[in-house]
Every structure is written in structure tokens, then in C-alpha cells.
Design a protein around this ligand. Structure first.
Ligand SMILES: [Zn+2]
Ligand SMILES: [Zn+2]
Length: 154
């Protein structure tokens, strides 16, 4: 089992609270991006780094994203579990349903297990429910990621 609290703490620790250049107060723009009120310097948190990389370079294997951004694979996996990025169809790697172990593209449980766990699909932990891939992993293709923001997949 992963230590979820550890990852959340790590994410909070990596968040910026003041400007790296002038120490001024920063505010959240969007997409994990922050701006300094005093000097206008822009910084990115871990999600911002992953998103910026995907915007710039397109979908890429998680290992490449991790190397390029310096964001740890654990945190990228955490974004996947939270449904903020997903593994697309045709990927070599998928997440595993925490209950039955089947392949899912994001979240923590497959739809079937979520139904059994909650008795209803309109469960409060909707974000934990991940879709199964339409096809089983294709060894020819590598795991690529997309990200989710404001209701749109990129
Ligand atoms: Zn500043
Ligand atoms: Zn399952």
C-alpha cells in the first residue's frame, strides 16, 4: 500500500508559498501556475510542471515525463489515481483496480467493484472509479498520459 498522506504532504511541501526571486506573495493563476504580486515572476507546482510538459511535448510515457520535469513517478501516479491525468487506450501499462486487479485507465477501482463497494454508481467517491481499457495492453505501444482540467481532457 502506498502512503497517500505522505504523497499529499509531499505535494503540499512542493507547492510554492512565496516568490523564489523576491520573496513576494504569489497567487494561483491556473494549471498549476502561480504569479508573484510584486515582480510578476511565474512559477509552477508539480502538476503545473507535468501539464506544461504535456502541452509542449504532447503525450509521453510517464517515465519520460518524470525525467523531464523532475516530478517523482509516485506523484505522477498520484495524479493518475486522482483522475487528473489518465492512461490512454492502447497503452502498455495500466493501473490495477485495488479490489480485483483488472486494468483501469485512471482512478482506484473498476466500475464493477465500485458498484459492489457502494451499491450505487452515483457514489460519493466518483473520482475513484476508473474506466477499463477497451482493449487489453498492447505491447507495441508505450504508456502515454493525458491530463484533465476544467472538464476537458488534453
Ligand atoms: Zn517576485
Ligand atoms: Zn475491480
Amino acid at each position: 500500500m502506498e502512503d497517500k498522506n505522505y504523497l499529499e504532504k509531499l505535494l503540499i511541501a512542493n507547492k510554492h508559498v512565496k516568490c523564489e526571486l523576491c520573496g513576494g506573495k504569489i497567487y494561483y493563476l491556473d494549471s498549476g501556475k502561480y504569479k508573484c504580486r510584486s515582480c510578476g515572476n511565474e512559477t509552477l507546482d508539480d502538476f503545473g510542471k507535468v501539464k506544461a510538459f504535456l502541452d509542449q511535448c504532447g503525450a509521453a510515457p510517464a517515465s519520460v515525463v518524470s525525467q523531464a520535469t523532475g516530478v517523482s513517478p509516485e506523484i505522477i501516479a498520484y495524479f493518475l489515481k486522482k483522475g487528473r491525468v489518465e492512461i490512454p487506450e492502447g497503452s502498455k501499462y495500466y493501473l490495477k483496480c485495488e479490489r480485483c486487479g483488472c486494468s483501469i485507465r485512471y482512478g482506484r477501482f473498476c466500475v464493477e467493484c465500485a458498484k459492489e463497494l457502494t451499491g450505487s454508481l452515483q457514489a460519493m467517491f466518483n473520482e475513484d472509479i476508473g474506466e477499463r481499457p477497451k482493449h487489453e495492453p498492447n505491447p507495441e505501444m508505450s504508456g502515454r498520459m493525458r491530463h484533465y482540467e476544467k472538464g476537458i481532457w488534453y
